[in-house]
Design a protein around this ligand. Sequence first.
Ligand code: GA4
Length: 330
Amino acid sequence: MVVLSQPALDHYTLIKTCKPASVFTGIPVINLGDPEAKTLIVKACEEYGFFKLVNHGVPMEFMIRLETEALKFFNLPQSEKDKAGPPDPFGYGSKRIGPNGDVGWIEYLLLNTNPQVTSLKTLTIFRQNPEIFRSAVNDYILAVKRMAFEVLDLMAEGLKIEPRNALSRLLRDEKSDSCFRLNYYPPCPELQALSGRNLIGFGEHTDPQIISVLRSNNTSGLQICLRDGTWVSVPPDQTSFFINVGDALQVMTNGRLRSVRHRVLAESLKSRVSMIYFGGPPLTEKIAPLPSLVAKGEESLYKEFTWWEYKTSAYKSRLADYRLGLFEKN
Ligand code: GA4
């Protein structure tokens, strides 16, 4: 990885680059209607912490409508977009990610998933691009949440956890601390031409929550890190969802399911638009391995903590930090 500083590329300064990785063809594809889905979801989450979901029931129309509205927002003049920022944590952000100095070739909107809790900044976003944007966000989130609950119920069945809603109840809770992100990765043509490398859009990290549900347009960029440390690129599919395990779910399964490290590279010629629902538990929820997943004679690999404690600690970290380290026993 290099940090660029040529004068011609001034606006890229400080943002890291990296060589394209090989395309991974082995990503598990799960059909929500498959009677074996519960077993396949668990297998995919043990091996990769990641899978692609098809036949998911979310209307394509919701995805396209939201993508169109998001693009309208990101194409506004900078001064207009800035009125909806900075993200603290909700609102519009450009290049800076989180509060601790991380940067990337990205613009984004971070939103609360609860339509009742609308911050002043969120109102600004919707005022600039009114009712249609608001309803596109709400319709999309509602449909994706429903699908995520079903995935978690299947996962609980596959893990033989009882009751069946032991995982999804945390996201169904009205106090669930979930959020929603719209990302826009502008193209970086000069850079690709000069160096053959791509800018890092969103640096490597794991997601702190329980589960993340991503949908993108047909532009590549997403990469995941396999068990052996190899980075591979995920072929985009605008009709499907990509689902990944977060840190909290890794803890709740005592390390059985894997919170996958991932990152996004900007493409040289096409912009990438992604929308991600991050399903988190209520702030007061104790995050600990579910008793049925700790075998006799085994112990929890983690110290006890609440989601609030984990989240507070995450917001003090840098993107690439191994955040679970502070909560491991020994
Ligand atoms: C990663 C997952 C989500 O995008 C996010 C991110 C958050 C942010 O962008 O503000 C964080 C990052 C994410 C993990 C560590 C902290 C917080 C930036 C950062 C450096 C919204 C989240 O919940 O955690």
